[in-house]
Write a protein that binds this ligand. Sequence first.
Ligand code: AMP
Length: 328
Amino acid sequence: MNKILFFVDIYKWLISLIFFLTGGKVTIFFVHTNVQLNVELNYNGFMTIYKYAKDLEKRIQKTKVSGSSVGFVPTMGALHEGHLSLLRKSKKTAEITVASIFVNPTQFNNAEDFKKYPKTIEQDILLLASNGCDILFLPAEKEIYPNEESRQKHFDLGYLETILEGKFRPGHFQGVCLVVEKLLNIVQPDFLFMGQKDFQQCMVIKRLIELMQVNVQLVICPILREETGLAMSSRNLRLDPSERIHAAQLHQALASIKKNRNKQNFLSLKNKAVIDLKNNGFNVEYLELARKNDLVLLTDFNEKEDMILLIAAFLHDVRLIDNLLINH
Ligand code: AMP
């Protein structure tokens, strides 16, 4: 293995040239290979892919010494415009943008969902590189979870873990915190970019940042939607084109509740929406109204506060979530 590392070092720049000439195909080969390549992979000279935390940490140290700010966009891949909007925001805000792709097994409470999670790594690399991402962290599972102990930590998330996603996906937010804590320790970003699409996750990460006592500014970015109103999501890849159009009913249900909030109370609007969605093939897990700043569930609209409507529903076996802000 040492021999390989030695040769890899010598051929590093040659490999970069081949990346350039092959339009990235060789990068993709190295991403898929299990050979322990301890190397920075330069993609067209713009984006560097790191597979190992210690290499990335060295690079981040250099960045910090030079005084550059670091923006971080963690993802699970199968990238779409929603992810890219976070990347663009990071590029506007910070000097160096790091993205990560890691389908985190500990946050899946359903083994089948984990197995079926879409993977489009080749396309993801091209999208990140062509959108100006500086660094991609692409670790293997063993890099994040080298042993059983590395999966064991518990985070005190309090109330947030007892409602909505926390209630319907037991253990999910513990898994999210496990991986985000490790990623934040490796990347040490000044700014962390996350999507309002996963609003409760943003609240959980706010809590994690407090628990970690680190100086990271969480930037919550708006939801990007398809023309139909469907919130963009990697899981949408599991829907065929007609199902995608159908799935936009989730957003339409929330928009209709928001629009009619001065005419009827929340409970009757919710009941009507849930019945309509059920009749149209959805299995609704929850549809709730909550206070925006702490997600305390509300029984009715209160125009003095900022509120949020949140929904989770299955269309066949694909679980979709969405939300809509109601600002006063
Ligand atoms: P994921 O790959 O699903 O873990 O998402 C990575 C990040 O992208 C999270 O912070 C998500 O909230 C964000 N994200 C996912 N979908 C969207 C969307 N439609 N618009 C904006 N951000 C999104």
